[in-house]
Ligand binder design. Sequence first.
Ligand code: COA
Ligand code: AMP
Length: 630
Amino acid sequence: MSYRETYAAWQADPEAFWMDASRKIDWDRPPSRAFFDQGPAGEWFADGMLNACWNAVDRHVEAGRGDQLAIIHDSPITRSCRGITYRELRDRVASLAGALRAKGIQKGDRVIIYMPMVPEALEAMLACARLGAIHSVVFGGFAAHELAVRINDATPKAIIAASCGLEPGRIVPYKPLLDRAIEEATHKPDFCVIFQREQEVAHLTEGRDVAWHSFQFGVEPAECVPVEGNHPAYVLYTSGTTGQPKGVVRHTGGHMVALAWSMKNVYDIDAGDVFWAASDVGWVVGHSYICYGPLAVGATTIVFEGKPVGTPDAAAYWRVIQNHRVKSVFSAPTAIRAIRREDPEGKLIGEYNLRHFKTLYLAGERADPDTIQWAEEKLGVPVIDHWWQTETGWPIVANPVGIELLPVKRGSPSVTLPGYDVQVLDEAGHPVPAGTLGAVAIKLPLPPGTLPTLWNAEDRFTKSYLSHFPGYYETGDAGYIDEDGYLYIMARTDDVINVAGHRLSTGAMEEVLSAHPAVAECAVIGVADSLKGQMPLGFLCLKKGTNTPDAQVVKEVVGMVRDQIGPVAAFKTACVVDRLPKTRSGKILRATMVKIADGESFKTPATIDDPAILDEIAVALRAVGYPQHA
Ligand code: COA
Ligand code: AMP
């Protein structure tokens, strides 16, 4: 079937389409139907019973794939590489789950996982899934405060952490961050499991911490516990407008069905293929396409602990693709820009045998046509931009390579996938004609695998996503659809920025800056960056009578963001200004500031209080090197 036929088949009978897709996974009790009109936005496969770990691991052993590699851990940072077969994975996960169960973890309990890119991170996720416990993975680049916020919201019974993560040239000790987070949090976990890495062995807190290996000694391996289709598999926190992150809930049934469908139809991956998502388990890409997706279809997944450049060079990706016969790679445009900067002619690519490599997928931020063209020319494979969000868990708009490779239009992530009805709306919520810019929204209901609500925050879910355009899910992105049905994503409509493919909230950074004793008022904007796509930039108005030199305040706030949000925020610069540009009603004109910083033309907003402030902002920006190309 062509893409058009497949999309039409879904449109004609969504129930039948998703029931058919649900048969690709194993159910302890098959669902009686696909969609259930319940909860704030509907739920999927609610009366089926299944286990995600069974689907990702055990069933492949039963089907004779026990000796196939399930996970390859390739770590240029530790100069090591090892494989884990499906049989080994099943035994390791069953043992870990058994130990967790022996310590009291059962269905519905939350478990936070704070681990770097080691296979044990996936094993921890799968062990939770085996028991029906709800995991919440926290990205290792977040600081203690961010971890504490998530501990308070998820109220985990246990935390599973590694002793350290490894960044190029430095060890990131996780244990002190974990201890600080638990100290700050009002909720305390019953116990912590610490996976000791040889690069930094952590001191265990007596009475609270147990060691990964020793706590598994002598335990009975756990079997898979069947859960309802609408039982939460995990909660993953993502940036919203404020410092309080949103806990995206993922229901087990829709999650497994949608991932299995997308592995074949979007990524063209079958059992036995090798798939590599070069992301991190702390992000949604890691959940869907490092862990559950490839494993759900019996493929081999790569857990890569390194960077596209500097570990040790710009050939890291090509080496991994060659050595492990990777069929498809999923990465962020920023990684390709980083490689191109180091190896503009792509000379290193020629040194590797990439004959198994078929497709490069990019997502997480806008893929600029120039980067796509470079990758196409140097790699000689289709480069597929695709668009989705933590909330949806799998692509919304993509070139459906597994169904049919459609013509690539650089700058567009291509067409809407079955399950989604994407529309571009004007401010009043009316669909706009092709080619017209507007808010990108998805007609309800959302398909299986997408968020049914926010953890502990149903009102926030409704308010954030469903209330602005009744009958639609609001994506927070702006863009347009062309005459051929190709979508173009142009910008965010909220305070979320995208730094090196990482989604960050400028509101959260502003909360940190305003806590500095010398700061009277502040704003953070995302400015264009040739490597990372965007970088945060702060503006500070200091309190009258502040004696601390401006440079000192800037240094201190930079340190505060690193300390409270984490190094991943990449907050490196702020300018001290006398005033911020505002509307007469007091709203800071961030969008205008972004245009000045990016050197784009703009119209002075009619509502501005005092236009002269814009010149002051331009002067302050020039002093810190913006616009970049000026
Ligand atoms: N634990 C601790 N610190 C981390 C971390 C982690 N898991 N991940 C990143 N950091 C730190 C980095 O060390 C860096 O610290 P520094 O300020 O001391 O240098 C900071 O956070 C910013 O990291 P990063 O955004 O990774 O930038 P970088 O300059 O180290 O590398 C790129 C630049 C482009 C190579 C890198 O951003 C990259 O590989 N991006 C691809 C991202 C990606 O695949 N995203 C997935 C979305 S699909
Ligand atoms: P995250 O939830 O971290 O995956 O971030 C989702 C957001 O990243 C989207 O709402 C977009 O703003 C942006 N994004 C993701 N993929 C793309 C893409 N292919 N093109 C443009 N923006 C993207």
